[in-house]
Design a protein around this ligand. Sequence first.
Ligand code: MBD
Ligand code: FE
Length: 287
Amino acid sequence: MTDTITEQVEQATAAASGAAATEQFRSKQRTGTADSDTKRVDTLVSELLTAAHDIIRRHKVTYAEYDVLKSWLIQVGEDGEWPLFLDVWLEHVVEEVANENREGSKGTIEGPYYIPDSPRLPAEATLPMRDDEDGTPLLFQGQITSVDGTPLAGATVEMWHADNDGYYSQFAPNLPEWNLRGTVVADDQGNFKIHTMEPAPYQIPTDGSCGRLIAAAGWHAWRPAHLHLKVSAPDHQLITTQLYFKGGSHVSDDIASAVKPELILDPGPSSDGNGREVTYDFVLDKA
Ligand code: MBD
Ligand code: FE
């Protein structure tokens, strides 16, 4: 017998976070269903295939490359990385088209790591976090109004973000279930104050299929540090958005192409001397 203590520490892997994201997507109810008729399916799929055929002809794609594509596509599914792949490389255009007629605050992509029904918190609240949560404290505050300027009582701000190591609760091991996730209910003037920790830049998993693609193409895997938000109020359209930090790494070369100039925060020193604070107001379109 030896007195060696072997400790099994569960590691974050692409396949585990991919499996969780796939599971989460399957259980999600987005409002509205796609009732595309055969004509629309024919149009969309035919045009997608024609675009692929053109690329094959133009670049004389070989059988060896075709087989690499086939095995990579199979592996994306096995790794559970379809949510990650689609949200990183396609969702930004779906979001652009979906919200092109909005007058209120800008939205951007949801990404693969949203979980509904996070703990409900009062208008001034601290997101659930560990006692020794790492990072710089951030006070994020603001007001939610309608496009006509009316303050929206009973509005909610759902916030979720990665920790200082770039991990999202429920998608990485060893984190409390609702770490850095909460639903803040604004006061009767639509005001909210959320205390959290500034997130760090986020690298998408490099040890799965998306990581292999990034390495093979000579890209980088980074997203700028970001807060995810869903803001809603009775009789108004929900906004799904993200906010970034001025001067932060990868604000101008986000792998997911989800940064817009209106979404960049510039926090100042906190009035209590502890960390930083910023005010950002949301304007919601009527339903
Ligand atoms: C993320 O945290 C994210 O927001 C997106 C869009 C893709 C991968 C990870
Ligand atoms: Fe994210």
